[in-house]
Design a protein around this ligand. Structure first.
Ligand SMILES: Nc1ncnc2c1ncn2[C@@H]1O[C@H](COP(=O)(O)OP(=O)(O)OP(=O)(O)O)[C@@H](O)[C@H]1O
Ligand SMILES: [Mg+2]
Length: 263
């Protein structure tokens, strides 16, 4: 059950876009993949063709339902989505309190998916630290920290390097790795920050994703960048990152065939 958490100290850096496209590449390579949304924005589902009007999700039911697997939506292929769902303020606070105070809340809720053989889980988080990121760090095999090729991201690097993001190490298994998103070689600052990050992070930098209009266009059409523009530079960049993650987590590349539904 390889579990990847996609997070960042910063908002709007491409976490949800990367989480969705990683799920696509890993599924296309033959894995059965579950994408879980821990962000109240509830946007991850939109990358998998779930309509805006569909407010179903696991958070509203999590206080009563012990198995969140019942809220999984199928997307027709090897990909399954567990949306955050539309919630009231009270439901959000209850969920966050449970995450903070009940040490077994996550493992109970995710029991069936955590025990599903071979299932790859990609979890998307809101920006910054938070109760979900902290609770999931105990279960995660790898954290992917997304940053932009700008000076604001650069200034946040020490926070992560000094384990200040969740008040301790982000990951206790394969470790945490970085992705630099929206790198633009035509802009001086972007080029300089990219070069600096490559030097500073070394092997910890799993990849650099170019700023590419097809990403925004793919998002707007609720498609992965691989479906929307398979020969785009972003598709190429994300594919490399996905392969590196698969290698780090020993995710065996399957036959590329669609498999039986999760439940
Ligand atoms: N490589 C890229 N090239 C161009 N645009 C991109 C790229 N990656 C992401 N974007 C665009 O950046 C915006 C933010 O992306 P996204 O919503 O995935 O970020 P996020 O980190 O999940 O944001 P939040 O912190 O609000 O959850 C979107 O409009 C997306 O289309
Ligand atoms: Mg997001």
């Amino acid at each position: 059950m390889p579990l990847v958490c996609v997070c960042s100290p910063k908002g709007g850096v491409g976490k949800t876009t990367l989480a969705a496209n990683l799920a696509y590449t890993l599924a296309r390579a033959g894995s059965k993949v579950l994408a879980i949304d821990f962000d109240v924005q509830n946007a991850l589902r939109l990358h998998f063709g779930v309509p805006l009007s569909d407010g179903r999700g696991f958070v509203a039911k999590s206080a009563d339902a012990s198995d969140w697997g019942q809220s999984i939506l199928t997307t027709g292929g090897n990909i399954f989505v567990l949306p955050y769902g539309e919630v009231t303020e009270e439901q959000r606070i209850t969920f966050e309190n449970n995450l903070t105070h009940d040490a077994n809340f996550l493992t109970r809720g995710l029991h069936s998916v955590l025990n599903y053989p071979g299932l790859v889980i990609v979890a998307d988080f809101p920006p910054g630290p938070g109760p979900a990121l902290k609770a999931m760090s105990a279960l995660a095999d790898l954290h992917l920290v997304v940053l932009l090729a700008d000076t604001a991201s650069l200034s946040l690097l020490p926070q992560i390097e000094n384990d200040k993001m969740i008040g301790g190490a982000l990951n206790h298994r394969a470790g945490h790795y970085f992705v630099l998103n929206q790198s633009d070689s035509r802009r001086n600052i972007s080029r300089d920050v990219t070069a600096f990050m490559q030097q500073r992070l070394g092997d910890k930098l799993l990849g650099v994703v170019n700023r590419d209009e097809s990403v925004a266009e793919a998002n707007a059409s609720q498609q992965s960048v691989f479906e929307f523009s398979p020969v785009s530079s972003a598709a190429f960049d994300i594919e490399i990152i996905s392969k590196r993650i698969a290698a780090l987590l020993n995710i065996t590349v399957g036959d590329g065939e669609m498999h039986a539904p999760l439940r």
